[in-house]
Design a protein around this ligand. Sequence first.
Ligand SMILES: C[S@@+](CC[C@H](N)C(=O)[O-])C[C@H]1O[C@@H](n2cnc3c(N)ncnc32)[C@H](O)[C@@H]1O
Length: 276
Amino acid sequence: MKKEDFPFLRQLAREMSGISLTEDKAFLVESRLEAFASREGVASVDDLIRRLRQEPLNGLHQRAMEALANHETLFFRDIAPFEILRRWIVPEILSRGSSGGRVSVWSAACSFGQEPYSVAMLLREHFPALHDSALRLVASDFSTVAVERAASGRYSQLEINRGLPAPYLLKYFEQHGLEWQLRPEIRRMVEFERLNLLNTLPAAAPFDIILLRNMLIYLDLDLRRSVLGRIRRALKPDGFLFLGISESTFGIDDGYSPVAVDNGCYYRLRPTGGLL
Ligand SMILES: C[S@@+](CC[C@H](N)C(=O)[O-])C[C@H]1O[C@@H](n2cnc3c(N)ncnc32)[C@H](O)[C@@H]1O
């Protein structure tokens, strides 16, 4: 990859996904683009970049930027948010007369689906009355490939080994050759859609609970602020936001206040015009 191509790619990634490509990632970017070019049948990374520069924005740009995204995820990642949901948050929402016994959840950068399916299994296990119209569980990602894989609910043995408790495997999955697939009753609980957090919110907003975990870390400060501002509009005034373990709203958006509980943390909206 030519040195002068990196600023072009950095600008394209910033506009299309928000992902911040710093110089120290040049090697990683090149190796991901090499794999992508070969999947697309493009002879070299230089040829690929030439096309990206010459053609008006199209599917190739979208797929190339998807190829640069990090989709790392696992079932019940960091466990604390799921324990907090089970022990405190879902019971609190259900106890509010205003909830009408309904809960809405958005997994806002869901990657291959392990996060929303972890929520679905947890709810099925501990709050069996939450299904059909009592539950709205939306999951989205900017990557078409990720959303399609997530909707299939199919996982390799390696992915299953990462975080999924054995009783959940027995109860909620069926085996297909070398893969495992979530049973239809769990898959049906989650509505998947392709959605770019830089400019869109789901039609089902506002939500009681939003999981926006391990996505902001890839964005620069300005885009983190802009996404957190948009997320505020997607959260009910008494809703709950979870970020990833190394993420925070501190110094970025003072519309949120953190609440530490058990071994984890979530965020609530500060009342508008409040003094906090
Ligand atoms: C590291 S994964 C996190 C998955 C899951 N939330 C977790 O914590 O395990 C980050 C995801 O953010 C998605 N992503 C990156 N930029 C995005 C954007 N602008 N809008 C929506 N999703 C985005 C990527 O495609 C990727 O699947």
